[in-house]
Design a protein around this ligand. Sequence first.
Ligand SMILES: NC(=O)c1ccc[n+]([C@@H]2O[C@H](COP(=O)([O-])OP(=O)(O)OC[C@H]3O[C@@H](n4cnc5c(N)ncnc54)[C@H](OP(=O)(O)O)[C@@H]3O)[C@@H](O)[C@H]2O)c1
Length: 175
Amino acid sequence: MKIILVFVSSLDGRITRWGEPHVMSWTSKEDQEYFKKNWREHKLIVIGSGTYDAEPISAPKENRLIILTSHPENYKDKVVAGHLEFTDESPANLVKRLSSEGHTEMMLAGGPHVATSFLKEHLVDELWLTLEPKIFASGENFAVGDKLDIDLHLLSSEKVNERGTLILKYRVLKH
Ligand SMILES: NC(=O)c1ccc[n+]([C@@H]2O[C@H](COP(=O)([O-])OP(=O)(O)OC[C@H]3O[C@@H](n4cnc5c(N)ncnc54)[C@H](OP(=O)(O)O)[C@@H]3O)[C@@H](O)[C@H]2O)c1
């Protein structure tokens, strides 16, 4: 299973503006289009309950969106079999199960707590990071609360607008 972690961040590393839940209020049109394309094209998307609760989203009908939560029972009325699921599995067990079901790629679309759980367990293969030319000084980082020491290798960088929004793709080096 190839796991791709996707985030958009300010230049000072904030993935929220001052902790506000709505990301699209500050991201560029180009990043929003790129994110929507990723959202459409990835058949399997995983996010944490913090991200889902911030902006309850749906996936295109043919895609599968899985939300990690320790309280799946709280979301019973939202479940759409095979399409929108809530699970309390660990990242490693979830990846094992989805691989055994035939999935070969997963887009992990945040947020920071879930991203950190996957990074800690060396489950992430690529990081696709959009850098918006903005500084917020406060807000979340995409990895939180732990000591990590992860090396990455730049695969590609693309300037997608005149102001200089950059879409960076990195491979995570597994030593
Ligand atoms: N800029 C970006 O690209 C971007 C992307 C995504 C999100 N965000 C922002 O990030 C914010 C949410 O961040 P967040 O860190 O609170 O949300 P998160 O990582 O999406 O969700 C964290 C929650 O997921 C549940 N969870 C279940 N299993 C877990 C596991 N193995 N590891 C970690 N958490 C697990 C826990 O809640 P329960 O068990 O209690 O349900 C935990 O509090 C929102 O404001 C959102 O807009 C930004």
